[in-house]
Write a protein of this length. Structure first.
Length: 67
C-alpha cells in the first residue's frame, strides 16, 4: 500500500511525540484540519504543508517522495 501525505505526516508527528493539537497550535491551524489531512479527508495547502514540514523538522521531499 502506498503511503499518503496524511499517513506520512501522522507517522512523522508520532515519531516526534507531537499531538495533533500541539502541531495545529504551533502552525496556527485547527486540530480538526490536522486530523482531516492525516485521514485523507482534506488536502493541505502548500503553505500549510510547508508549516507542517518545518514544525516536524522534515523536508518536503520526505513527504512527497514518501520516505
Amino acid at each position: 500500500m502506498e503511503a499518503t501525505i496524511g499517513s506520512i505526516i501522522r507517522r512523522k508527528r508520532g515519531e516526534k511525540g507531537i499531538s495533533q493539537t500541539r502541531l495545529a497550535t504551533r502552525i496556527g491551524r485547527s486540530p480538526q484540519l490536522i486530523c482531516d489531512i492525516e485521514s485523507g479527508r482534506k488536502k493541505p495547502s502548500i503553505d500549510t504543508l510547508i508549516a507542517i514540514a518545518k514544525e516536524l523538522d522534515i523536508s518536503l521531499d520526505d513527504i512527497f517522495f514518501r520516505k
